[in-house]
Ligand binder design. Structure first.
Ligand code: NI
Ligand code: MN
Length: 277
């Protein structure tokens, strides 16, 4: 092995414990656990999706402290296991917020997300495509069949008689097209729905980040049907195992895909680990 390459690999291993290396030019996907991902694009951009860095399965308790630069945060809906640390990260890093219209506004007016980092340039809605110039990517907002009440724990707790949730726009998923990299579909929290086949109509999805836990979202059997409709090359299971209610497993997903004769590869990333695509 060339000496420079070997030094680079060693440095990578030493600096990023628990991480599988992404080669130069690859897109690195890091899973914090639950629905929370960091995506590093080939151009050096950093995108967080549903950044709940305190997810109980995230082994790295210093994820938030050691976050480094973040260009964009994409939120799929208002539930607290997805909004997570968004406001704190926005204030700390200057990250621009990408969210459905109604959620974008309440993130600012209720939760205090910095105004200048959450404008209509990145507040979209289902069917629209939003440019993300800082990371050389664009993202299309797609349906998710779920709720999107803003339920961050502070809401309602201090005001007896007031509602404990407020509107958070539509729940969504995101199809992220990265220049020189993969097309990644994050389903958000959703049930499988027939119109997922429209995603395959418009995009060649390389990697589908699919919820499989059940109870609040589709389980492994229903996720297999979703994969059949979307036709990704690879599927990374998420939103399972975080706590006892989310019982779906990657093995169940593999079995259900086999039953349907769907040949998408199930790629398991462990919480706290990364993988190149
Ligand atoms: Ni949810
Ligand atoms: Mn959820």
């Amino acid at each position: 092995m060339h000496k420079v390459v070997r030094t680079f690999l060693l440095a990578g291993v030493l600096l990023v414990p628990g991480a599988l290396l992404a080669a130069p030019g690859e897109t690195k996907v890091h899973w914090y656990g639950h629905a929370s991902f960091r995506i590093e694009t080939p151009s050096g951009g950093v995108i967080l999706i549903d950044p709940w860095l305190g997810a109980p399965t995230n082994p790295d308790k210093s994820s938030l402290a050691n976050l480094g630069k973040v260009d964009y945060i994409l939120l799929t809906h208002g539930h607290e296991d997805h909004v997570g640390n968004t406001v704190e990260i926005g204030k700390k890093t200057g990250a621009v917020l990408v969210a459905p219209y109604g959620l974008l506004f309440n993130m600012k007016s209720v939760l205090g997300y910095p105004e200048a980092q959450a404008t209509l340039a990145t507040g979209g809605n289902i069917g629209g495509t939003i440019d993300l110039p800082k990371v050389k990517a664009k993202v299309t907002v797609v349906h998710a069949v779920h709720g999107s009440e803003l339920t961050t724990p502070t809401i309602g707790k201090t005001a007896p008689g007031q509602p404990s949730t407020i509107p958070g726009g539509n729940p969504v998923g995101y199809v992220l097209q990265i220049e020189g990299g993969p097309t990644i579909y994050h389903t958000g929290d959703t049930e499988v729905y027939e119109d997922m086949k429209l995603i395959a109509e418009f995009f060649k999805v390389d990697v589908m980040l699919a919820c499989i836990g059940g109870h609040f979202t589709m389980d492994a059997a229903r996720a297999a049907l979703a994969v059949q409709k979307v036709k990704p090359k690879q599927v990374v299971p998420m939103h399972y195992g975080t706590f006892g209610l989310l019982k779906g497993t990657p093995d169940q997903l593999r079995d259900e895909l086999a039953k349907r004769k769907v040949d998408a590869e199930v790629v398991v990333i462990k919480p706290g680990e990364s993988r190149g695509f």
